[in-house]
Design a binder for this molecule. Structure first.
Ligand code: FA5
Ligand code: MG
Length: 440
C-alpha cells in the first residue's frame, strides 16, 4: 500500500510531525530536505521525518558508544585492512541493487521495504551497496561501517535504522593470489586450533551452494576457506572469554548455506548465546559480475556483512534495540570507548497499551510497515512494539478491518495515561488523514 500522493509529497526533514503535516499543503514545489540538501519528491518518496532525523547521528562514530567500540574491536582484528566509516547513506537504487545483480522483481526494492527520497535516490539497505564503488577505487582489503535503513516492524530487536560492517578481501586470480590465500589459511587454522571454539560447518561447495561458472572450484574452495577462517577468528576475538567460551563451555558457531544475488557460494553465521542461535552475518564468494562492474575482473575474493546491534546486544547485555539511540546519561555514561561492560538496566517504566481498530476504504490495503512508520512519526522511541491483533474481512461487503495494539513505554521516564492517550489520538488522526480509514 502506498501513501496517497498529495499528503506524502512534502515531507520536510526538520519539521516535527504535526508541523510537517500542517506545512504540507504550503510547500510547493515538492521537495524534501535530507542532510542539508533539497531533493524533489515523486511517487516513490516514502522517507519519513523520524528517519531523516536519524541520518546525521552516525552512532558508530560517537566516542564511547557501544557501537563505536564494537566497530573499533572489529577494525583492530583486521589491522592491515582499509577502514571506512563516513560514506553517505544516500545511494541510487542502481548501487544498492542493480550493480549487485538483484533481480528486477526482488521484494527488497519495493517502497514497503526500503526508504526512497525519490525514484533515483534511496537510503542504503545494506553496506554491500558500496562494494562496487570501493573495489573500483582499487581497495583490495577493506572494512566499511555504516548506518543502514529498512522499513520494518516495531519490536525489541527491530529498528528501521541499524548498523553493519562490510568486510571484503580480493586477490589476483592467479597462482600468486592463491599462494597468498593458502599461507593465510595455514596461519589462521593454527591460531584457531589452539582456541576453544566449536564450529558446525557446511561444505564450502555443494549442489545447492555451487561454484560460479567463471571460477575454478579449487580456487573457490580456498577463498571460501579463507572467508570462514577469517570470520571464525573474528568471532573468537569478539566473544571468547566474554560469553563463557572456555574449554568446558566453548563458543559455538554455526555455518549455514544462504543465498545472496552477489555471492556464490553464500553463507550465514549464527552464534549460540543464552540458549538461542543468533544470526549475525551474511557472506560469500563474490559473484564475478560484481567485480566486473568494479573493473577488477582479474581478481576474486570474499565479502561479509555483519549486524552491529545484534552483536552489541549480546556483548553488552543490552535488552532493547531502542536503547542504542538513547541520549539518557544513565545509558551513555555507562560506556567507555574500547571497553565492553555489562549494561546495568535502570528501572523499566510501566508500559501502556492502546488498541487502534479501523475499517479500510473498499479495495484498499495497508502494509504493516506503513502503519509502523506512521506510529514512529507520532511517538518516536516511546513506542515499544506494535502488533496486529485482529484482521477481519467482512464476508458480504469484502471490506477489511484491522486492529493494532500499540505498546507505549518510555525508556527514560514514566509515561502518563494522558500522554499515551494523546499520542494515540494523534495516530488515529494521521490514520484518518493519510489512509482515509474509518475508526471502529
Ligand atoms: C545483508 O545485509 C548482506 N548485505 C550481507 C552480505 C554482505 C552478504 C556481503 C554477502 C556478502 P542480511 O540482510 O542478512 O544480509 O543482514 C546481515 C546482518 O545484518 C544480519 O545477519 C543481522 O545481523 C543484521 N540485520 C539484518 N536485519 C536486521 C535488523 N532488522 N535489525 C538488526 N540487525 C539486522
Ligand atoms: Mg540474513
Amino acid at each position: 500500500m502506498r501513501l496517497s500522493g498529495s499528503l506524502w509529497r512534502n515531507i520536510h526533514a526538520r519539521g516535527v510531525p504535526s508541523r510537517y503535516l500542517a506545512n504540507m499543503a504550503a510547500q510547493r514545489p515538492c521537495h524534501v530536505t535530507v542532510l542539508g540538501e533539497q531533493y524533489l519528491t515523486d511517487h516513490m518518496t516514502n522517507i519519513s521525518p523520524t528517519i531523516v532525523s536519524k541520518l546525521p547521528l552516525k552512532l558508530h562514530t560517537q566516542p564511547s558508544h557501544p557501537l563505536s567500540t564494537l566497530r573499533g574491536l572489529i577494525e583492530s582484528h583486521f589491522p592491515s585492512y582499509t577502514h571506512l566509516s563516513s560514506l553517505s547513506p544516500l545511494v541510487t537504487p542502481y548501487q544498492n541493487f542493480d550493480l549487485l545483480s538483484f533481480p528486477k522483481d526482488h521484494p527488497g526494492r519495493s517502497v514497503t521495504d526500503s526508504y526512497y527520497v525519490n525514484k533515483d535516490l534511496m537510503l542504503r539497505t545494506h553496506t554491500s551497496a558500496h562494494e562496487v564503488e570501493v573495489f573500483g577505487r582499487g581497495e583490495t582489503k577493506w572494512l566499511l561501517t555504516a548506518d543502514v535503513y529498512r522499513r520494518d516492524e516495531i519490536d525489541g530487536s527491530h529498528y528501521p535504522v541499524f548498523h553493519q560492517t562490510e568486510g571484503a578481501r580480493i586477490v589476483s586470480a592467479n597462482s600468486t593470489g592463491m599462494k597468498e590465500i593458502e599461507e593465510d589459511n595455514e596461519r589462521l587454522a593454527a591460531h584457531l586450533e589452539q582456541s576453544s571454539i566449536e564450529i558446525e560447518d557446511v561444505p564450502h561447495l555443494s549442489s545447492t551452494n555451487p561454484c560460479q561458472p567463471a571460477h575454478d572450484p579449487k580456487h573457490t574452495e580456498l577463498i571460501a576457506k579463507n572467508l570462514k577462517l577469517s570470520l571464525n577468528s573474528l568471532m573468537l576475538h569478539l566473544f571468547a572469554g566474554r560469553v563463557g567460551a572456555t574449554a568446558q563451555n566453548p563458543l559455538k558457531v554455526r555455518w549455514i548455506e544462504a543465498t545472496f544475488p552477489w555471492t556464490t557460494p553464500s553463507f550465514e553465521v549464527e552464534v549460540f548465546f543464552r540458549g538461542k542461535w543468533l544470526e549475525i552475518l551474511g557472506c560469500g564468494v563474490i559473484y564475478q559480475p560484481t567485480l566486473d562492474n568494479a573493473n577488477v575482473s582479474n581478481k576474486l575474493g570474499w565479502a561479509f556483512g555483519l549486524g552491529l546491534e545484534r552483536i552489541a546486544m549480546v556483548l553488552y547485555s543490552i535488552p532493547d534495540i531502542r536503547l542504542f539511540w538513547s541520549q539518557d546519561p544513565r545509558f551513555l555514561s555507562q560506556f567507555k570507548q574500547g571497553e565492553i561492560t555489562t549494561f546495568k538496566p535502570y528501572s523499566k517504566y510501566p508500559a501502556c497499551f492502546k488498541d487502534v481498530s479501523f475499517w479500510l476504504p473498499e479495495g484498499q490495503t495497508l502494509h504493516e510497515n506503513d502503519f509502523c512508520d506512521l506510529v514512529r512519526d507520532v511517538a518516536g522511541d516511546v513506542v515499544e512494539d506494535v502488533k496486529l491483533i485482529d484482521d477481519f474481512t467482512h464476508p458480504k461487503t469484502n471490506r477489511k478491518s484491522l486492529c493494532y495494539r500499540i505498546n507505549y513505554r518510555s525508556m527514560d521516564r514514566s509515561l502518563s495515561n494522558d500522554e499515551a492517550n494523546s499520542l494515540n489520538a494523534q495516530v488515529v488522526s494521521y490514520l484518518r488523514d493519510r489512509f482515509r480509514v474509518e475508526i471502529r
